[in-house]
Design a protein around this ligand. Structure first.
Ligand code: XMP
Length: 185
């Protein structure tokens, strides 16, 4: 049976206000990026955050996509992250901003940051909507964070459980009644 929502962790209003503030921080950081920036977004959990964020960034930009798998099927356990594919503009000499939904163990961001660093960009920074602050490793640097959260499994605002709940306009905690962690086969 699919787990249900236990409670709303971050409301629609709080998301809107924080994303607006993050966009201001990011815009100020890239004030002098004359040639524009390249955004590399990690699919698919960041789609809603990305859409709201970039519409508040008043600068020239190109957007690239990266696919990383860390989950297979209905599990809440993050497995080893693998960069599956990407479609990127030429980022050599450009300021790159990696945009992701959540830093949990940091495996996903680590592989994307390393891969982008190998493309000779001028700079690489990272923005995430959520960070599980107790777990995020020190070697994965994050420059812009929307919210630090406790170590609970969250869905909504782009984040899914087994492919569903991405369309919720808020971030919610799943009820404990659903299937627990399962090994990836
Ligand atoms: P790592 O452990 O690599 O995890 O930092 C990052 C990716 O794992 C997914 N993830 C979650 N997805 N609720 C979700 O819906 C969560 O609480 C959660 N924690 C990790 C997500 O795809 C993220 O990019």
């Amino acid at each position: 049976m699919e787990p249900t929502i236990d409670r709303i962790l971050i409301s629609e209003n709080a998301l809107r206000d924080r994303v607006a503030a993050l966009a201001e921080e990011i815009a100020a950081t890239y004030r002098d990026a004359d040639g524009g920036i390249a955004i590399v977004t990690v699919l698919a959990g960041s789609i809603v955050f990305l859409a709201d964020l970039i519409r508040r960034l008043p600068m020239r930009m190109r957007v690239g996509l990266a696919m990383v798998s860390s989950y297979a099927g209905p599990t809440r356990v993050s497995e080893g992250a693998v960069l599956r594919s990407w479609s990127l503009p030429d980022v050599a000499g450009l300021d790159v901003l990696i945009v992701d939904d959540i830093v949990d163990t940091g495996g996903t961001l680590r592989v994307v940051q390393r891969a982008v660093a190998g493309l000779d960009p001028r700079s690489v920074r990272t923005a995430v909507l959520l960070r599980k602050v107790a777990k995020a490793p020190a070697d994965v640097s994050v420059d812009f964070v929307g919210f630090d959260i406790e170590d609970v499994f969250v869905v909504g605002y782009g984040l899914d459980y087994d492919g569903v709940y991405r369309n919720l306009p808020y971030v919610a905690v799943l009820a404990d009644g659903g299937p627990g962690p399962r090994p990836v086969s």
